[in-house]
Every structure is written in C-alpha cells, then in structure tokens.
Design a protein around this ligand. Structure first.
Ligand code: EPZ
Length: 434
C-alpha cells in the first residue's frame, strides 16, 4: 500500500486563490531569530513541513516558540532564544532540509563557534556550499571540514569584510546578511542574490537594528551591531506557489487570479505568459492570468532573480506541454533539474532532453497516468499536467507537495479542480476512492 495524490483532469481552472506566506522567506527568517535573545514575531507563516522542520531545529537549539493559528490565514509564530543550549546541528536535521545549513552563520555570530553537518547534494544537483564557507572565512571564521561536518570557530571574533560572490547564491546571501548584521562595522557583498526573499531578510534585520542598503540589488552594504533587538514582520506572499497556480490556469486554458502576491515578484513568468498569448492583469497585491486564448510556444531560460525562477521551471514546462507548437526550456541554475520530464512522458508529453535544455512539442491531449513526484517542484509540475490531462493522474511521494504547497486540495477545489489523497494498492492499483 502506498499514499498518493489523485489529480482529476476535468477542464479549465477558473477563480481566485490566496497565496500563503513565502516558504523561502520564512525558512531563513526563522533562523535569523537566533541573532537576538529578545522575542521575534513572524506572521503570515504557512503550515508547511519545511517550516515545521526548521521550528524543530530551533527548539533543539533552545528556542521557545508560541504558535498563533499557524496554517490559518495570518498564522504567526513568536520565537525567543534567551540562550542557546547547543551550537551544533546534526546530519539528520540538515539532511532532511538543505536550507537548515544556513543556521551556521547565526550560530557562529552568536556563540563564536558552530558545528553543522554539510548538506550534501540532492536530486537537482550537487549544490555545494563553497561560496558560504569562503565568505565566512573572509569574515574571520576558521572553517574545518571533518567527517562531513563543518567545524566553524572565530577565535579572534568575526569582522566585517568586502566579499565578492562568484555566483549570486540565495543561501549564501542570507547567511552573510545574518552574520554581518550582528557584528560592528560595514560588510559589503558584491554579486549578491536579488530575490525578493533577500529583501525580506534585510527588512527583518533592519527592524532588529542593523543598517542595510542595496537589498534587492547585487551590491549590499550591511552595518551591523552585536545588540540586535526583537521585532515583528509580516511575510511576503509565496511567489513560487502563486506562479504554480498560474501555470495550472494556463495549462487548463482558464482564468486564474492569485491574491496576496506582488506581480513584480513573479515578473518574468508574467512576461512569458504574455508572449504565449495570455492576458495579464497586475494589481497591487494580486495577479490575474487569462489563458482562454490560442496560445503559442516560447523559448525560456531560468536564472537568478529577476530572471525566470528555477523553482517555476517544472510547473511552466508542464504547462508548455499543452501548448501547440514548439517550446524550449533552458535550466541554467541547477545541473539536474529535469527529473519531472520522464514523468511527463508518461502523460504523453513530447519532450526531448539534451543536457540543460528541454525541447517541447505541445500536444492538446495529455492522458492521466501513475507518476512519481521526485521533489517539491517536480511534483507540482505533475499536478499542473494532471489537471490538463484526460482522466486521472496518480502522484506518489505526495509529501513533497506538503513541503511547499499549503492546503493544496482546498485551493485547487476553489478553482474548480479536483485532487485528493489516496491509498493505493501497489499490486493492482486499486484505490480507495475519493
Ligand atoms: C534557494 O536555494 C531556494 N531554497 C531554492 O528553492 C532555489 O531553487 C534556489 O535558491 C535558487 O533560486 C530556499 O530558499 C530555501 P543557491 P539555495 O545557493 O540557496 C550553486 C525550492 O524548491 N552554489 O542560490 O540552496 C548551487 O549548486 C528550493 O523551494 C554553489 O555552487 O540556492 C546552484 O547550482 C529548491 N556554491 C546555484 O548555485 C554555493 O556555495 C544556486 O544555488 C552555493 C550555491
């Protein structure tokens, strides 16, 4: 017996949903709360497995947490770490969620030492952390790698530095922002990541007492202080969740509005939808995409913000599988982020893969099948394709979806679609029904 999600293909999605708080803002902001011994309240925090994981990591380090309606609209969490009970994070904690590695900086900044397991790679690529470690070394950290663990110390304290990233790593930018915010003096990051979640981190650290200029650009100046205070912050909407629902609307030729997200945070995807022939309406904090038109294929390339987000590559590729004509998708951020393609082939998609590029010949008739969701965004792409397919699609490994998409069944139902949890009998694929 195994658990799966059934996605019923039954026509176009129409209506509106509200994006939850951004998972990829919440994760680093939760870690930044370690930088002060005063309470920090984050609101609009989604109820996702990845968030739960970081909360457990912080509690293991000595944080006290009050949850207020987590998972409901406006759910919030107040975290206070009066003192750290330890300064190490084990392999099991890091392996389950790669971003947990970002705890290294805050621990080192607060305790002067930290032991954190190397995160290793995962199925989308090697995902090294050399940029993180080189930057911390430039700030005075002694870094030693032993038995798969990073042993970091700062015997002479950490110091501000002028750092240049060889690649605009999101995690490394978060890590150095957090460390620089807690030391006196001015650190400069050249080649910083420009994602909206970086601006959220800068906003939180500024409210805690640091002075930060240039967040959202590739050059950030951080003037820190050892005495950061408590504060509160409302999370931005999840641009990847929002983009995924918009891809589902396009794949099914419907008209979908996502509220609670800023159009500029999904910018490039909207330009692509326009190029395909969709009508776009941009509100202050909402986006409507009307795909009730004959659409045309496009050529797209992922890249660091403000380019097309790599996390939207799989959902967009699934939508392009339904668009008559030829499209291409080039993935420049990760070396192995096409695991969803083999699953889309099972739905009848025509995709040719070569190295980092997928060439798609659109087909009007995908057909439902049993498929495997290999990671959060690959699984999301199979939901998008399943909603546009004839018949039902059964996606195994549904826990990946719960890591990044809060109340997925409810939100898809609000758009007129049907997905539900199933328990399948591996032998004869009998399903309990929903
Ligand atoms: C963040 O991961 C996101 N995760 C990822 O979203 C997202 O795909 C990625 O940024 C890119 O936008 C969170 O925010 C929690 P990177 P991160 O460091 O920080 C290479 C999702 O689905 N690199 O910007 O780990 C790396 O190998 C997740 O929500 C180095 O070479 O990404 C990759 O090829 C998946 N050395 C590229 O840079 C380093 O030291 C981008 O990595 C660091 C990164």
């Amino acid at each position: 017996m195994y658990e799966c999600i059934e996605v019923v293909g039954k026509g176009s999605l129409n209506g509106s949903v509200v994006a939850g708080g951004a998972k990829n803002a919440a994760l680093p902001l939760l870690m930044a709360t370690l930088l002060t011994d005063e309470p920090v309240t984050l609101s609009n925090v989604p109820a996702l497995e990845d968030i739960t994981h970081v909360r457990q990591l912080l509690e293991a380090l000595g944080s006290q947490m009050d949850l207020h309606r987590i998972g409901l609209d406006g759910g919030a969490v107040t975290i206070q770490t009066k003192e750290l009970s330890r300064h190490s994070a084990s392999h099991s904690l890091i392996k389950a969620l790669r971003a947990s590695f970002w705890i290294l900086g805050p621990l080192l900044a607060r305790c002067g030492e930290a032991q954190v397991s190397l995160p290793g790679g995962d199925i989308i690529g090697a995902r090294p952390v050399d940029i993180h470690l080189e930057a911390l070394t430039a700030m005075g950290a002694n870094i030693e790698l032993k038995h798969g663990v990073v042993f970091a110390t700062a015997p002479h304290g950490l110091r501000p530095a002028h750092i240049t990233f060889r690649y605009p790593s999101v995690g490394a930018t978060h890590q150095i922002l957090m460390v620089a915010a807690r030391i006196s003096g001015t650190t400069i990051i050249e080649g910083a990541a420009r994602e909206p979640e970086i601006e959220s981190m800068a906003e939180l650290l500024s409210r805690m007492g640091a002075h930060i200029e240039g967040a959202g650009t590739s050059r950030i100046l951080i003037s820190g202080t050892p005495h950061l205070s408590g504060t509160s912050l409302d999370l931005i909407g999840d641009r990847i969740e929002a983009g995924t629902y918009l891809c589902a609307g396009v794949a099914t030729r419907g008209k979908v509005t996502v509220n609670g997200v800023r159009p500029a945070h999904v910018g490039k995807l909207l330009d692509i939808f326009s190029e395909m022939g969709c009508e776009i309406e941009r509100g202050n904090n909402s986006i409507t995409v009307d795909a009730q038109h004959d659409l045309r294929g496009v050529s797209v390339t992922t890249g660091p913000f403000p380019e097309l987000a790599t996390d939207l590559q799989a959902p967009l590729l699934a939508a392009l599988c339904t668009v008559e004509g030829e499209s291409s998708v080039e993935e420049t951020v990760y070396e192995a982020r096409f695991r969803h393609v083999a699953e889309l082939w099972r739905l009848g998609a025509h995709i040719e893969l070569s190295d980092r590029c997928a060439r798609i010949i659109g087909t009007p008739r995908l057909s439902g099948a049993a498929v495997e969701g290999h990671d959060i965004r690959a699984a999301a792409s199979l939901v998008v394709a399943g909603l546009a397919a004839e018949g039902s699609t059964f996606i195994s490994e549904p826990h990946h979806l719960r890591r990044g998409y809060e109340r997925l069944e409810e939100k898809i139902a609000a758009l007129g679609g049907t997905i539900c949890n199933r328990i399948a009998d591996a032998e004869d694929l009998m399903f309990s029904g929903c």
